[in-house]
Design a protein around this ligand. Sequence first.
Ligand SMILES: Cc1ncc(COP(=O)(O)O)c(C=O)c1O
Length: 366
Amino acid sequence: MTDATQGAPLPKPGILDIAPYVGGKSAIAGVAEPMKLSSNENALGAGERARAAYEAALKNIHIYPDGRATKLRAAVAEHHGLEPERLIFGNGSDEVFALLNQTYLTAGDNIVCGQYGFLAYRISAKACEAEVKLAPEPGYKAEVDALLEQVDDRTKIVYVSNPSNPTGSYNAAEEIRRLHAALPAHVLLVIDEAYAEFVVEADWETAFPLARDAANIVVTRTFSKIHGLGGLRIGFGYAPLAVAEAVDRIRLPFNVSVPGLDAATAALGDEAHQKASRDLVTTWKPRLTQAIKGFGFEVLPSAGNFVLVLFRDVEQATAASDYLNQKGIIVRPVGGYGLPQGLRITVGTDDQNRAVIDALSEFAAA
Ligand SMILES: Cc1ncc(COP(=O)(O)O)c(C=O)c1O
């Protein structure tokens, strides 16, 4: 008998060493409608204007989308005061990271990010046969000097999420400026501002102005968080024109869908929904933090729409996650980030947050 696998196609080097990304769990056996607080989604859902635009797009779903995202491009440029031709749109900001990696990385190059940096940067870098160099984050926060220490001749991209996921930490504007000033000109600095709209910390600033005059900064944003459109997959990057034009050569022609483009354009104008989403987080994040700390667990300060709870050890974190599951609540274990003692909890609706507090109070008392 011949071995059917003999001579079968083999993935290129490194692919099978990549641990697949595991998204937030979304179901609990026997629970019809679990409270999903595992993916930092918007607890209020999408706004009415985005939903109406999505429904109206139904009549156009047989038409290929506008590959240039002309309307959304103009709306984003206007909203943030950016040059439209410098924007890169992606199927989520995840795709923008993948496109940047594909455009700049060859085998043997490397990217640098913080020890607990977002996993999406790393997966697509490895797919380019690049190395991922992690800078230690002893305080659960990206450190400028530690990042710089990892940079070498083969570094093509440094990724900083600001604020960061899953830790919730952020870097002050001064730190970002110092990092950029110290980087060699050949290194692209990608500043991922997925959670920008939730930040209230006074020393944080968007890096859009810094990027405006730099030849090596890309700032990314997403419609998945404040705008509640995670399911539609839309994100963008603000890049130097040369970078945007280079990336555009490999971008798939129709990478953002018709309903996605229309809903995102509408969402951008829905200030009321953005405010309500921000207010929910600003109200509940300190309450959740204080309550959970009161039960004796460590909660890291967070500038995003979530908190990271650090338990005594992996056993306690697993027991807490199981207990929350029994109460119909799904949170996110973050062992994949090297934080097995951590559970990341997205700020939910009033009822969901109360349910989390009640459940953790019971868990702590048990
Ligand atoms: C830091 C960070 N960047 C980017 C993203 C992904 O955003 P998108 O849905 O636009 O791909 C997330 C999503 O959780 C995130 O936490």
